[in-house]
Write a protein that binds this ligand. Structure first.
Ligand code: T6T
Length: 360
């Protein structure tokens, strides 16, 4: 049973065929940026978010700041585009590189399109570590992210259960080319295909806009009035999907599973528009990223291994009061952030099959 269980994707699981797999080009390889001589800090690190004003990245920033404060060696600055859009993120990255920080941690807006701008940063002597999203390359120092394929599988199993194992389902995704949400849809599609009585109608893209997601769902409920369930692959897509269901008077009839756990999503869960949320652990991503950069900048040694996979927790109405689930709900600001005890070693390595066991 998925529902009501506090299931966590193992921190040690690795995205199959995903993040940071393939070619192993060391940090000190041909295109490697130079290592600064100043190895005791303070180091200036800039965090470039995927988009500003997103509770996921806000919570990640809280983790990064809390860890930086605890270590005392890193001065963190945070920036981000107003939309999840590589044409807005690229000039921000370029401007940050001009200021020659010691390192950048960033969530690239496009897996392909952000390779060249990140390569330019590295060529200018600024190493880049990817958090959350990644690029189709191995030029970055390391990747710290959720196992998004497994997250998509969890969503499929949760939605399948919510709709009683049969009916039409549909996905509201963000934009093609974003590593995380592409992987979630991939995991969802693979897993939902295992249910013979469920018909997957495919996906539509919200452009990370909750209003657009709501409009997509409203239109879909007109064209497919027998739709049984929807998976929203990120905060804004899921929030908008829930709004569409509510606006069409289908609360409780059409089941919704959402990735992420922003404040509005939690309200949707409590008001029974949504049945299940998959909360990532963005604070842990931020903490691990800063810890890795601290080690890298103080030692000058390349980061090994290069892939770090953080957990995800299924949140339902049944477990939302449980502190083990509640601690992963996303924040609006850092006032109540509690530093976790997560370390890079907790998230490094592991086996692809290590993941949640929702049938437990
Ligand atoms: O789901 C997260 C993040 O993991 C994804 O890459 C983009 O969307 C979010 O920031 C939520 O809005």
């Amino acid at each position: 049973m998925v529902m009501g269980k506090n299931v966590t994707i193992g921190r040690r699981s690795v995205v199959v065929g995903g993040i940071g797999a393939a070619v192993s080009v060391g940090f000190f390889g041909a295109a490697a940026p130079r290592v600064r001589a100043r190895q005791d800090g303070p180091f200036r690190v800039v965090f470039i978010q995927g988009v500003i004003g997103d509770n996921f990245y806000i919570t990640m920033d809280c983790g990064a700041r809390a860890k930086a404060a605890a270590l005392g060696t890193i001065e963190l600055e945070t920036q981000g585009p107003e939309q999840f859009d590589q044409s807005l993120q690229t000039p921000i990255l370029n401007a940050v590189v001009q200021t020659q920080p010691d390192a950048i941690m960033m969530a690239p807006n496009d897996a392909q399109g952000m390779i060249a701008p990140i390569q330019a940063a590295i060529d200018a002597g600024v190493p880049v570590l990817c958090v959350d999203t990644t690029i189709n390359s191995d030029i970055q120092l390391a990747d710290v992210s959720t196992d998004n394929v497994e997250g998509g599988r969890l969503a499929a199993r949760g939605l399948a259960e919510a709709i009683g194992g049969s009916g039409k389902v549909f996905v509201v995704n963000v934009n093609p080319g974003i590593s995380t949400t592409d992987q979630r849809e991939q995991g969802f599609a693979e897993e939902i295909a295992l249910f013979p009585d469920i018909e997957y109608l495919g996906q539509e893209y919200s452009n990370n806009d909750a209003n657009r997601a709501a409009a997509i769902v409203s239109a879909r409920l007109q064209s497919d009035p027998d739709l049984a369930g929807i998976f929203g692959t990120n905060l804004f897509s899921a929030q908008g999907a829930a709004a569409g269901v509510r606006e069409q008077g289908q609360t409780g009839t059409v089941k919704v599973v959402g990735f992420d756990a922003g404040p509005a999503q939690v309200q949707d869960l409590q008001s029974e528009v949504v049945d299940l949320l998959i909360a990532q652990h963005p604070g842990d991503i931020g903490e691990i990223a800063v810890q890795l950069l601290h080690e890298f900048l103080t030692t000058g040694e390349p980061i090994e291994p290069k892939t770090y996979v953080t957990g995800a927790t299924i949140v339902t109405r049944e477990n939302i009061e449980d502190p083990e689930a509640a601690r992963y709900l996303y924040l609006a600001d850092c006032a109540n952030y509690v530093l976790s005890d997560v370390t890079p070693a907790d998230a490094a390595g592991g086996t692809p099959e290590a993941g949640a066991t929702p049938s437990a």
